[in-house]
Design a protein. Structure first.
Length: 217
């Protein structure tokens, strides 16, 4: 079931494709915006990013989406990618990929599945992710390889003893946005409290990185 409050933000799509997707989504209970037209106070449920550009450009768009829409799940819309690119996109926080060669009905179905955390995953993607985990299980990159710039900034303020309201005032964002960032950074660092996160900030060698796994529905 789709609720009227569900919001999709598109990044990097040409105007015609955005307008077509917006019209189709409107018929199915979704509202679609580009970032600059998103009404104040709205939260994106899904962020759709064009995946037809250079890998570096796509990754920059994904990082921007994670920073600006921390509660939104990211879907790439494109024609395909190499195995290494797929793994890189998953590591950056992409939840699903949709081919431009598939149907609009399939796209709507994917949106609903992603929103409900029921993300389809092919056997190939599963094997790629498991292989990446095995290869990287002994590596311990720095925290900044796992967090967005905004999450790093908030983590530093947590370490300095600031509460959510104080952080919100310093960064000129809402307390709810700070709360969402804190929630995500705790999940990424696999800790249960902000105090543990601050402690681990001084001990990056204790952390292990596992790429984000796309769960099957």
């Amino acid at each position: 079931m789709v609720f009227a409050k569900d919001v999709v933000v598109s990044i990097g799509l040409d105007r015609l494709l955005h307008e077509l997707i917006r019209a189709v989504l409107a018929d199915n209970g979704w509202r679609c915006f580009v970032p600059k037209s998103l009404p104040a106070g709205e939260e994106a449920s899904i962020v759709v990013i064009a995946a037809s550009d250079l890998t570096e450009t796509i990754i920059n768009s994904v990082r921007y989406a994670r920073a600006q829409f921390p509660t939104g799940k990211i879907i790439l819309l494109g024609s395909g990618g190499s195995d290494s690119e797929v793994i890189h996109f998953i590591e950056e926080g992409v939840s699903a990929y949709f081919s431009t060669g598939d149907s609009l009905a399939g796209f709507i179905n994917l949106l609903q599945m992603v929103r409900e955390n029921r993300i389809p995953c092919s056997g190939r993607i599963t094997q790629l992710v498991l292989s990446a985990i095995r290869k990287r299980s002994g590596k311990t990159p720095a925290i900044h390889d796992r967090l967005t710039p905004r999450e790093e900034e908030i983590l530093r303020l947590i370490r300095d003893g600031f509460g959510n309201k104080e952080i919100a005032n310093r960064l000129c964002i809402s307390p709810n946005t700070v709360k969402n960032h804190v929630h995500h950074l705790l999940e990424k660092l696999k800790v249960r409290s902000r105090h543990e996160a601050a402690w681990m900030h001084h001990r990056p060698q204790n952390l292990r990185f596992l790429p984000h796994i796309v769960n099957g529905g």
